[in-house]
Write a protein that binds this ligand. Structure first.
Ligand SMILES: NC(=O)c1ccc[n+]([C@@H]2O[C@H](COP(=O)([O-])OP(=O)(O)OC[C@H]3O[C@@H](n4cnc5c(N)ncnc54)[C@H](OP(=O)(O)O)[C@@H]3O)[C@@H](O)[C@H]2O)c1
Length: 362
Protein backbone atom coordinates (compact mmCIF):
# COMPACT_ATOMS: atom_id res chain seq x y z
CA UNK A 1 0.00 0.00 0.00
CA UNK A 2 1.42 3.42 -0.96
CA UNK A 3 1.35 6.44 1.36
CA UNK A 4 -1.34 8.01 -0.84
CA UNK A 5 -3.50 4.88 -0.69
CA UNK A 6 -3.11 4.74 3.09
CA UNK A 7 -4.05 8.43 3.36
CA UNK A 8 -7.09 7.87 1.11
CA UNK A 9 -8.17 5.11 3.52
CA UNK A 10 -7.58 7.44 6.50
CA UNK A 11 -9.83 10.06 4.83
CA UNK A 12 -12.51 7.40 4.28
CA UNK A 13 -12.34 6.54 7.99
CA UNK A 14 -12.44 10.21 9.02
CA UNK A 15 -15.67 10.71 7.05
CA UNK A 16 -17.39 8.25 9.41
CA UNK A 17 -17.23 10.98 12.05
CA UNK A 18 -19.38 13.29 9.90
CA UNK A 19 -22.08 14.96 11.96
CA UNK A 20 -20.68 13.51 15.21
CA UNK A 21 -17.49 15.39 16.06
CA UNK A 22 -18.21 19.07 15.36
CA UNK A 23 -16.81 21.53 16.28
CA UNK A 24 -13.80 19.19 16.39
CA UNK A 25 -12.23 18.13 13.07
CA UNK A 26 -12.93 14.82 11.36
CA UNK A 27 -9.73 12.76 11.59
CA UNK A 28 -8.78 9.27 10.39
CA UNK A 29 -5.65 7.21 11.05
CA UNK A 30 -4.13 4.07 9.57
CA UNK A 31 -1.13 2.16 11.02
CA UNK A 32 1.13 0.45 8.52
CA UNK A 33 3.81 -2.22 8.93
CA UNK A 34 5.66 -3.50 5.87
CA UNK A 35 3.01 -1.80 3.73
CA UNK A 36 0.16 -3.70 5.48
CA UNK A 37 -2.59 -2.07 7.56
CA UNK A 38 -2.29 -3.26 11.17
CA UNK A 39 -4.67 -0.75 12.76
CA UNK A 40 -7.36 1.76 11.83
CA UNK A 41 -9.24 4.41 13.77
CA UNK A 42 -11.18 7.63 13.48
CA UNK A 43 -12.47 10.35 15.75
CA UNK A 44 -15.98 9.05 16.39
CA UNK A 45 -17.64 11.56 18.68
CA UNK A 46 -16.96 15.00 20.14
CA UNK A 47 -14.92 14.51 23.33
CA UNK A 48 -14.16 10.83 22.48
CA UNK A 49 -10.64 9.40 21.85
CA UNK A 50 -8.77 10.76 18.85
CA UNK A 51 -8.12 8.79 15.67
CA UNK A 52 -4.49 7.91 16.55
CA UNK A 53 -5.50 6.40 19.91
CA UNK A 54 -8.35 4.46 18.27
CA UNK A 55 -5.99 3.05 15.63
CA UNK A 56 -3.47 1.98 18.29
CA UNK A 57 -6.23 0.40 20.41
CA UNK A 58 -7.53 -1.50 17.37
CA UNK A 59 -4.07 -2.64 16.18
CA UNK A 60 -3.78 -6.36 15.53
CA UNK A 61 -0.04 -6.49 16.33
CA UNK A 62 2.68 -4.56 18.19
CA UNK A 63 2.73 -0.98 16.87
CA UNK A 64 6.41 -0.32 17.71
CA UNK A 65 8.23 0.58 14.48
CA UNK A 66 4.96 1.16 12.57
CA UNK A 67 4.10 4.12 10.34
CA UNK A 68 1.09 6.19 11.38
CA UNK A 69 -0.80 7.81 8.50
CA UNK A 70 -3.09 10.51 9.85
CA UNK A 71 -5.22 13.12 8.05
CA UNK A 72 -4.43 15.94 10.52
CA UNK A 73 -1.35 16.87 12.54
CA UNK A 74 -1.41 14.94 15.86
CA UNK A 75 -2.29 17.21 18.77
CA UNK A 76 0.41 18.26 21.18
CA UNK A 77 -1.75 19.57 24.03
CA UNK A 78 -4.06 17.96 26.55
CA UNK A 79 -7.68 18.93 25.93
CA UNK A 80 -10.62 16.57 26.38
CA UNK A 81 -8.10 13.83 25.47
CA UNK A 82 -4.35 13.44 26.16
CA UNK A 83 -1.79 14.48 23.53
CA UNK A 84 -1.63 12.20 20.48
CA UNK A 85 1.95 13.24 19.64
CA UNK A 86 3.03 11.95 23.07
CA UNK A 87 1.10 8.74 22.54
CA UNK A 88 2.84 8.08 19.20
CA UNK A 89 6.21 8.75 20.84
CA UNK A 90 5.45 6.45 23.82
CA UNK A 91 4.39 3.64 21.49
CA UNK A 92 7.62 3.90 19.45
CA UNK A 93 5.98 4.76 16.13
CA UNK A 94 8.87 5.30 13.69
CA UNK A 95 7.30 7.44 10.95
CA UNK A 96 4.27 9.75 10.97
CA UNK A 97 2.68 10.77 7.67
CA UNK A 98 0.39 13.77 8.02
CA UNK A 99 -2.18 15.09 5.54
CA UNK A 100 -2.40 18.61 6.84
CA UNK A 101 -0.89 20.80 9.55
CA UNK A 102 -3.54 21.77 12.14
CA UNK A 103 -4.71 25.41 11.96
CA UNK A 104 -5.44 25.35 15.70
CA UNK A 105 -2.78 27.65 17.23
CA UNK A 106 -2.56 25.28 20.22
CA UNK A 107 -1.29 22.58 17.87
CA UNK A 108 -0.12 24.17 14.63
CA UNK A 109 3.41 22.94 14.00
CA UNK A 110 3.90 21.95 17.66
CA UNK A 111 2.71 18.37 17.14
CA UNK A 112 5.14 17.97 14.22
CA UNK A 113 8.00 19.59 16.18
CA UNK A 114 7.42 17.33 19.18
CA UNK A 115 7.45 14.18 17.01
CA UNK A 116 10.64 15.29 15.22
CA UNK A 117 12.31 16.19 18.52
CA UNK A 118 11.67 12.60 19.65
CA UNK A 119 13.51 11.31 16.57
CA UNK A 120 10.41 10.29 14.60
CA UNK A 121 10.42 10.79 10.81
CA UNK A 122 7.60 13.13 9.84
CA UNK A 123 6.20 13.67 6.33
CA UNK A 124 3.61 16.41 5.82
CA UNK A 125 1.23 17.09 2.91
CA UNK A 126 0.30 13.67 1.54
CA UNK A 127 -3.12 14.22 -0.12
CA UNK A 128 -2.90 17.64 1.51
CA UNK A 129 -5.67 19.23 -0.58
CA UNK A 130 -8.07 16.39 0.13
CA UNK A 131 -7.31 16.60 3.86
CA UNK A 132 -7.77 20.38 3.83
CA UNK A 133 -11.21 19.90 2.22
CA UNK A 134 -12.11 17.24 4.79
CA UNK A 135 -11.55 19.66 7.65
CA UNK A 136 -12.47 22.96 6.01
CA UNK A 137 -15.17 23.78 8.57
CA UNK A 138 -12.78 23.22 11.48
CA UNK A 139 -10.08 25.33 9.82
CA UNK A 140 -12.50 28.21 9.33
CA UNK A 141 -13.94 28.14 12.85
CA UNK A 142 -10.56 27.88 14.51
CA UNK A 143 -9.04 30.71 12.50
CA UNK A 144 -12.00 33.13 12.34
CA UNK A 145 -14.28 32.10 15.26
CA UNK A 146 -17.11 32.09 12.69
CA UNK A 147 -19.14 29.10 11.49
CA UNK A 148 -18.56 27.74 7.97
CA UNK A 149 -21.54 28.70 5.81
CA UNK A 150 -22.81 26.97 2.70
CA UNK A 151 -25.73 27.91 0.50
CA UNK A 152 -27.96 25.25 -1.04
CA UNK A 153 -30.34 26.03 -3.85
CA UNK A 154 -32.74 23.87 -5.82
CA UNK A 155 -33.02 25.94 -8.97
CA UNK A 156 -34.06 26.06 -12.60
CA UNK A 157 -31.56 26.20 -15.46
CA UNK A 158 -32.27 29.92 -15.70
CA UNK A 159 -31.40 30.53 -12.04
CA UNK A 160 -34.80 30.63 -10.28
CA UNK A 161 -35.57 29.02 -6.90
CA UNK A 162 -39.32 29.58 -7.19
CA UNK A 163 -41.90 30.43 -9.83
CA UNK A 164 -43.36 33.92 -10.13
CA UNK A 165 -46.16 32.79 -7.74
CA UNK A 166 -43.53 31.49 -5.25
CA UNK A 167 -44.06 27.76 -5.94
CA UNK A 168 -40.89 25.76 -5.43
CA UNK A 169 -41.98 22.26 -4.45
CA UNK A 170 -40.50 20.56 -6.31
CA UNK A 171 -38.12 22.09 -8.80
CA UNK A 172 -35.47 19.38 -8.39
CA UNK A 173 -35.70 15.60 -8.54
CA UNK A 174 -35.98 13.08 -5.72
CA UNK A 175 -32.28 12.19 -6.22
CA UNK A 176 -31.25 15.77 -5.42
CA UNK A 177 -33.53 15.96 -2.42
CA UNK A 178 -31.91 12.84 -1.02
CA UNK A 179 -28.47 14.47 -1.29
CA UNK A 180 -29.86 17.57 0.47
CA UNK A 181 -31.03 15.42 3.37
CA UNK A 182 -27.55 13.87 3.65
CA UNK A 183 -26.09 17.40 3.66
CA UNK A 184 -28.47 18.41 6.45
CA UNK A 185 -27.15 15.56 8.58
CA UNK A 186 -23.59 16.70 7.83
CA UNK A 187 -24.02 20.32 8.95
CA UNK A 188 -24.69 21.56 12.48
CA UNK A 189 -27.60 23.78 11.44
CA UNK A 190 -29.88 24.60 8.53
CA UNK A 191 -31.23 28.10 8.09
CA UNK A 192 -34.12 29.74 6.22
CA UNK A 193 -35.69 33.19 5.87
CA UNK A 194 -39.15 34.12 7.11
CA UNK A 195 -40.91 34.00 3.72
CA UNK A 196 -39.64 30.50 3.03
CA UNK A 197 -40.98 29.42 6.43
CA UNK A 198 -44.37 30.95 5.61
CA UNK A 199 -44.70 29.78 2.02
CA UNK A 200 -43.20 26.28 2.28
CA UNK A 201 -43.71 25.47 5.99
CA UNK A 202 -40.68 23.11 5.80
CA UNK A 203 -39.76 20.63 8.55
CA UNK A 204 -36.01 20.87 7.74
CA UNK A 205 -35.58 17.35 9.10
CA UNK A 206 -33.30 14.54 7.90
CA UNK A 207 -35.68 12.08 6.25
CA UNK A 208 -34.50 10.16 3.21
CA UNK A 209 -31.21 9.11 4.83
CA UNK A 210 -29.98 8.13 8.31
CA UNK A 211 -28.37 10.98 10.23
CA UNK A 212 -28.62 13.25 13.20
CA UNK A 213 -31.04 16.18 13.22
CA UNK A 214 -29.27 19.55 12.88
CA UNK A 215 -30.41 22.78 14.53
CA UNK A 216 -33.09 24.60 12.49
CA UNK A 217 -32.69 28.36 12.33
CA UNK A 218 -35.33 30.75 11.03
CA UNK A 219 -35.09 34.53 10.70
CA UNK A 220 -38.15 36.47 11.80
CA UNK A 221 -37.31 40.06 12.77
CA UNK A 222 -40.59 40.91 14.52
CA UNK A 223 -41.66 37.36 15.53
CA UNK A 224 -44.65 37.34 13.21
CA UNK A 225 -44.51 33.73 12.05
CA UNK A 226 -47.57 31.67 13.05
CA UNK A 227 -47.03 29.25 15.96
CA UNK A 228 -48.58 26.46 13.89
CA UNK A 229 -45.53 26.03 11.62
CA UNK A 230 -43.87 22.61 11.65
CA UNK A 231 -40.66 24.19 12.99
CA UNK A 232 -42.61 25.23 16.11
CA UNK A 233 -44.78 22.16 16.64
CA UNK A 234 -43.05 18.93 15.57
CA UNK A 235 -40.88 16.65 17.71
CA UNK A 236 -37.76 18.75 17.07
CA UNK A 237 -38.97 22.07 18.51
CA UNK A 238 -36.06 22.04 20.96
CA UNK A 239 -33.76 22.07 17.90
CA UNK A 240 -35.36 25.29 16.55
CA UNK A 241 -33.72 28.70 16.92
CA UNK A 242 -35.55 31.88 15.93
CA UNK A 243 -33.39 34.91 15.27
CA UNK A 244 -35.24 38.19 15.71
CA UNK A 245 -34.57 41.86 16.46
CA UNK A 246 -33.46 42.77 19.98
CA UNK A 247 -36.84 44.38 20.80
CA UNK A 248 -38.84 41.32 19.70
CA UNK A 249 -36.50 39.08 21.74
CA UNK A 250 -37.99 40.48 24.95
CA UNK A 251 -41.64 40.48 23.75
CA UNK A 252 -44.49 38.22 24.98
CA UNK A 253 -44.23 36.28 21.68
CA UNK A 254 -40.62 35.45 22.47
CA UNK A 255 -41.67 34.21 25.92
CA UNK A 256 -44.32 31.94 24.38
CA UNK A 257 -41.81 30.47 21.95
CA UNK A 258 -39.27 29.90 24.72
CA UNK A 259 -41.94 28.19 26.82
CA UNK A 260 -42.33 25.60 24.07
CA UNK A 261 -38.59 24.85 24.12
CA UNK A 262 -37.63 27.07 21.16
CA UNK A 263 -34.50 29.21 21.40
CA UNK A 264 -35.03 32.90 20.61
CA UNK A 265 -31.94 35.01 19.92
CA UNK A 266 -31.99 38.79 19.67
CA UNK A 267 -29.89 40.35 16.91
CA UNK A 268 -28.96 43.92 15.94
CA UNK A 269 -30.67 45.39 12.87
CA UNK A 270 -29.37 47.85 10.28
CA UNK A 271 -30.95 51.17 9.30
CA UNK A 272 -33.40 49.27 7.00
CA UNK A 273 -34.45 46.96 9.86
CA UNK A 274 -32.55 43.97 8.39
CA UNK A 275 -30.94 41.60 10.88
CA UNK A 276 -27.14 41.92 10.94
CA UNK A 277 -26.16 38.29 11.20
CA UNK A 278 -22.36 38.32 11.49
CA UNK A 279 -22.21 38.67 15.29
CA UNK A 280 -25.12 36.28 15.78
CA UNK A 281 -23.30 33.64 13.74
CA UNK A 282 -20.30 34.12 16.01
CA UNK A 283 -22.52 33.72 19.10
CA UNK A 284 -24.05 30.57 17.67
CA UNK A 285 -20.59 29.02 17.39
CA UNK A 286 -19.61 30.15 20.86
CA UNK A 287 -22.84 29.36 22.73
CA UNK A 288 -24.32 26.45 20.74
CA UNK A 289 -21.23 24.89 19.14
CA UNK A 290 -22.75 25.53 15.68
CA UNK A 291 -19.65 25.33 13.50
CA UNK A 292 -21.36 24.88 10.15
CA UNK A 293 -24.63 26.16 8.69
CA UNK A 294 -26.40 25.21 5.49
CA UNK A 295 -28.58 28.09 4.30
CA UNK A 296 -31.51 26.78 2.28
CA UNK A 297 -32.92 30.13 1.13
CA UNK A 298 -34.86 32.00 0.07
CA UNK A 299 -33.54 34.54 -2.26
CA UNK A 300 -33.57 37.55 0.08
CA UNK A 301 -31.58 35.72 2.74
CA UNK A 302 -29.07 34.31 0.24
CA UNK A 303 -28.66 37.72 -1.37
CA UNK A 304 -27.93 39.44 1.93
CA UNK A 305 -25.40 36.77 2.95
CA UNK A 306 -23.67 37.08 -0.41
CA UNK A 307 -23.62 40.85 -0.05
CA UNK A 308 -22.03 40.49 3.40
CA UNK A 309 -19.46 38.04 1.98
CA UNK A 310 -20.61 35.38 4.42
CA UNK A 311 -20.97 32.37 2.10
CA UNK A 312 -18.00 29.99 2.02
CA UNK A 313 -19.37 27.33 -0.30
CA UNK A 314 -22.24 27.04 -2.79
CA UNK A 315 -24.27 23.92 -3.60
CA UNK A 316 -26.41 24.39 -6.72
CA UNK A 317 -28.91 21.66 -7.67
CA UNK A 318 -29.89 22.65 -11.19
CA UNK A 319 -33.02 21.12 -12.71
CA UNK A 320 -33.65 21.04 -16.47
CA UNK A 321 -36.59 23.42 -16.23
CA UNK A 322 -37.08 27.09 -17.11
CA UNK A 323 -39.01 29.40 -14.77
CA UNK A 324 -38.82 32.67 -16.69
CA UNK A 325 -39.66 35.62 -14.45
CA UNK A 326 -39.50 33.61 -11.21
CA UNK A 327 -37.51 34.32 -8.04
CA UNK A 328 -33.81 34.51 -8.88
CA UNK A 329 -31.41 32.72 -6.49
CA UNK A 330 -29.54 35.92 -5.66
CA UNK A 331 -32.21 38.28 -6.98
CA UNK A 332 -31.51 41.16 -4.60
CA UNK A 333 -27.77 41.19 -5.14
CA UNK A 334 -26.80 43.62 -7.88
CA UNK A 335 -23.05 43.81 -8.42
CA UNK A 336 -21.34 45.32 -11.42
CA UNK A 337 -19.61 42.82 -13.68
CA UNK A 338 -16.26 43.86 -12.22
CA UNK A 339 -17.47 43.33 -8.65
CA UNK A 340 -19.41 40.10 -9.26
CA UNK A 341 -18.11 37.35 -6.95
CA UNK A 342 -15.98 34.87 -8.90
CA UNK A 343 -16.40 31.24 -7.87
CA UNK A 344 -14.23 28.17 -8.40
CA UNK A 345 -16.13 24.98 -9.22
CA UNK A 346 -15.03 22.13 -6.96
CA UNK A 347 -17.22 19.41 -8.45
CA UNK A 348 -20.07 18.97 -10.91
CA UNK A 349 -22.02 15.77 -11.43
CA UNK A 350 -25.37 14.46 -12.58
CA UNK A 351 -27.78 13.94 -9.66
CA UNK A 352 -31.00 12.22 -10.68
CA UNK A 353 -32.39 14.42 -13.46
CA UNK A 354 -30.40 17.43 -12.22
CA UNK A 355 -26.86 18.76 -12.22
CA UNK A 356 -25.19 19.19 -8.85
CA UNK A 357 -22.48 21.86 -8.81
CA UNK A 358 -20.35 22.70 -5.77
CA UNK A 359 -18.29 25.90 -5.85
CA UNK A 360 -16.25 27.98 -3.44
CA UNK A 361 -15.21 31.62 -3.47
CA UNK A 362 -12.53 31.84 -6.19
N1 LIG B 1 -35.79 26.12 -4.50
C1 LIG B 1 -35.16 26.33 -3.36
O1 LIG B 1 -34.07 25.81 -3.10
C2 LIG B 1 -35.78 27.25 -2.37
C3 LIG B 1 -35.29 27.27 -1.06
C4 LIG B 1 -35.86 28.15 -0.15
C5 LIG B 1 -36.88 28.99 -0.54
N2 LIG B 1 -37.36 28.92 -1.78
C6 LIG B 1 -38.46 29.82 -2.20
O2 LIG B 1 -38.02 31.16 -2.01
C7 LIG B 1 -39.17 31.97 -1.75
C8 LIG B 1 -38.91 32.82 -0.52
O3 LIG B 1 -37.76 33.61 -0.72
P1 LIG B 1 -37.76 35.15 -0.36
O4 LIG B 1 -36.56 35.75 -0.97
O5 LIG B 1 -39.07 35.74 -0.72
O6 LIG B 1 -37.69 35.19 1.23
P2 LIG B 1 -36.70 34.57 2.34
O7 LIG B 1 -35.29 34.86 2.00
O8 LIG B 1 -37.11 33.19 2.63
O9 LIG B 1 -37.14 35.43 3.60
C9 LIG B 1 -36.89 36.80 3.60
C10 LIG B 1 -37.36 37.40 4.92
O10 LIG B 1 -36.54 36.94 5.98
C11 LIG B 1 -36.42 37.97 6.96
N3 LIG B 1 -35.02 38.33 7.22
C12 LIG B 1 -34.56 38.64 8.44
N4 LIG B 1 -33.28 38.97 8.41
C13 LIG B 1 -32.88 38.86 7.14
C14 LIG B 1 -31.64 39.08 6.51
N5 LIG B 1 -30.55 39.41 7.19
N6 LIG B 1 -31.58 38.90 5.19
C15 LIG B 1 -32.67 38.51 4.51
N7 LIG B 1 -33.89 38.28 5.05
C16 LIG B 1 -33.99 38.47 6.38
C17 LIG B 1 -37.12 39.19 6.39
O11 LIG B 1 -38.43 39.21 6.96
P3 LIG B 1 -38.67 40.04 8.32
O12 LIG B 1 -38.03 41.38 8.11
O13 LIG B 1 -40.13 40.11 8.52
O14 LIG B 1 -37.96 39.27 9.36
C18 LIG B 1 -37.22 38.88 4.91
O15 LIG B 1 -38.33 39.50 4.32
C19 LIG B 1 -40.33 31.01 -1.55
O16 LIG B 1 -41.08 30.99 -2.73
C20 LIG B 1 -39.67 29.68 -1.34
O17 LIG B 1 -40.51 28.63 -1.80
C21 LIG B 1 -36.84 28.08 -2.71
Amino acid sequence: MTNEQAMARAIELALRGTGQVSPNPRVGCVLLKDGRIIGEGWHQKFGAPHAEREAITNATEDVAGATAVVTLEPCSHTGKQPSCADLLIERNISHVIIGMQDANPLVSGNGIARLRAAGIDVTVGVLGEECAWLDRTHTKTITTKMPYIISKTGQSLDGCIASHSLESQWITSQGSRQVVHALRAEFDAVMIGKTTALVDNPALTVRHVEGRQPWRIVLDTSLELPPTLQLFTDEFTTKTIVICGNTAATSPNARLLRESGIQVLGCDTDSHGILILRNTFREMLQDYGIASIMVEGGSQLLSSLLQENLIDEYHFFIAPIILGGGKQVFGNFLPTLALAPKLRVVSSEKCGEDWYVVAVAG
